[in-house]
Design a protein around this ligand. Structure first.
Ligand code: NAD
Length: 478
């Protein structure tokens, strides 16, 4: 059992002022995994006060000093990598192999990429008699979701530290194990007191105070659209910058000349990996009508070969989803797909057959629907579970128009043998990130959405830019 009784505020571990205790359970068994003390409004105030007090000195540090800090955090993160992998698996239920190969490296690498980007950034530029300076915006609140609990806080924290901002992090209450570990890493790496503060709390309890706080200069929010709307509205009276990173309904376009194995591999990895709980999940698969049968046959075979089960077994591809609520939501969508006339190819309602020890876990059958049309609920709404919608198309132009016919615009995937054509198709997609064939995911570039997938950009120099103000000083000769 993990017992977390303290928050990290002003360089010290202390019990929350307004304390309530949340019991967390293991998503794979439903049995208790630990307790976390959550705080309230008074804890937000003391964290913001500490961050405000630390800002003048930290905001005035040199880029070289901040590069050193980022590298020290990255090195400490590497030292705690296995602890982080265990924490993510305990709270999220992701297979340990995935925690080690994706969750942890994606979080750790953020500090190295931010250090590298900061080394290369010119924060002062001269144009004739005008000097242009890019300065840290100030105290930043970070609100993060549970689905990538290592990456999400790390991306924001690394960018803000690089810019010279001070931080109040409020992670999702379901994933505090990794957040506390991140605070330990920052403490061990030598982040000055007050530069990084961790508040563990329910969004519904502290959200209004945090969003409207006059001493917070910027909010970086990653989560769902409906919650983001409330955050933006509550922040409006103080005119603070609100950067949003929201949901998606990302398309994979399988081009007519696509290699079948690559197409199926992409579909399985990006639609079903992390149990489909991925903002950029490839949840709509667009397949040429003339290749539909061969694609569905190969996809069904591939899905049948996936191991669903114990996240701690080395060969598990898919663990549970995070909670009973999430399981219920996904079941509702599966029923809706059936009711609206989609053809269930594999998976479906209920839990997969698993050993007794896992019967209390929140396992979902990897589910594939065919004959989906783009107006069905399962093609329009983010399910956030391992449910794929396969949509047939008649021409590449038709595929692009189906792909773009979505309120979201986070991610896109294009699979095709002619890479020049794949790139042309990628250029026509209204999304912030497009992956061609089985390219490795790149965390050293920009990440963010078009349309209702949010207005921000994260990672590398693009992430740092969100935490900077631009100042012009006009009339200086030297
Ligand atoms: P959520 O919106 O329910 O919660 C996100 C965070 O907001 C949590 O920390 C929560 O406690 C907090 N919160 C809740 N109410 C609040 C309030 N009134 N004021 C301030 N904060 C409040 O989202 P979730 O269920 O944790 O995460 C899933 C969503 O996140 C999905 O839509 C997913 O697509 C999205 N997501 C997007 C990205 C991206 O980069 N675009 C990445 C990961 C997840």
């Amino acid at each position: 059992m993990r017992e977390l009784h303290n928050m990290y505020v002003d360089g010290r571990w202390s019990a929350p002022v307004e304390r309530s205790v949340l019991e967390l359970s293991d998503p794979a068994t439903g049995r208790p995994s630990g307790h976390v003390a959550l705080g309230g409004v008074a804890d937000v105030d003391r964290a913001v006060t500490a961050a405000r007090r630390a800002f003048p000195a930290f905001g005035a540090t040199t880029t070289a000093e901040r590069v050193d800090l980022l590298e020290a955090v990255g090195a400490e993160y590497a030292r705690r990598a296995e602890d982080m992998a265990q924490a993510v698996t305990a709270e999220l239920g992701s297979p340990l192999a995935l925690s080690r190969s994706l969750h942890v490296p994606s979080g750790q690498s953020q500090f190295h990429h931010a250090a590298q980007a900061l080394r290369d950034l010119d924060l002062v530029e001269r144009r004739g008699r005008t000097w242009i300076r890019r300065e840290p915006i100030g105290v930043c609140a970070m609100i993060t979701p549970w689905n990538y609990p290592a990456l999400q806080p790390a991306g924001k924290v690394a960018s803000a530290l690089a810019a010279g901002c001070t931080i109040v992090l409020k992670p999702a209450q379901l994933t505090p194990y990794s957040a506390v570990l991140l605070a330990e890493i920052l403490e061990a790496a030598g982040a000055p007191a007050g530069v990084f503060n961790l508040v563990l709390a329910r969004g519904s309890v502290i959200g209004d105070t945090l969003n409207a706080h006059p001493q917070i200069d910027m909010i970086s929010f990653t989560g769902s659209g409906p919650v983001a709307v409330g955050v933006v509205a509550a922040a409006a009276p103080t005119a603070k910058r609100v950067v949003t990173e929201l949901g998606g309904k990302s398309p994979q376009i399988v081009l007519p000349d696509a290699d079948l194995d690559t197409a199926v591999h992409t579909a399985v990895l990006y639609a079903l990996g992390n149990s489909g709980q991925t903002c950029g999940a490839a949840s709509r698969t667009l397949v040429p009508r003339e290749r539909l049968d061969e694609f569905l046959t190969a996809l069904t075979t591939a899905v049948a070969g996936l191991k669903v089960g114990d996240p701690r077994a080395e060969d598990t591809f898919m663990g549970p989803v995070i909670s009973a609520d999430q399981w219920d939501t996904i079941q509702d969508y599966i029923h809706q797909g059936i009711d609206e006339g989609a053809r269930l190819i594999t998976g479906g309602p209920g839990k997969p057959e698993l050993p007794d020890a896992l019967t209390g876990g929140h396992f979902v059958k990897p589910t594939v629907f065919a004959d989906v049309t783009n107006d069905m609920t399962i093609a329009r709404e983010e399910i956030f579970g391992p449910v794929m919608s396969v949509i047939a198309y008649d021409s590449v132009e038709d595929a692009i128009s189906i792909a773009n016919d979505s309120p979201y615009g986070l991610c896109g995937y294009v699979t095709g043998t002619d890479v020049r054509q794949a790139r042309t198709v990628a250029e026509k997609m209204r999304t912030g990130y497009v992956l061609i064939n089985d390219a490795d995911f790149d965390f050293n570039t920009s990440w963010g959405g078009y349309k209702q997938s949010g207005n921000g950009r994260e990672w590398a120099d693009f992430g740092i830019g969100e935490y900077l103000e631009t100042k012009s000083i006009v009339g200086v000769d030297t």
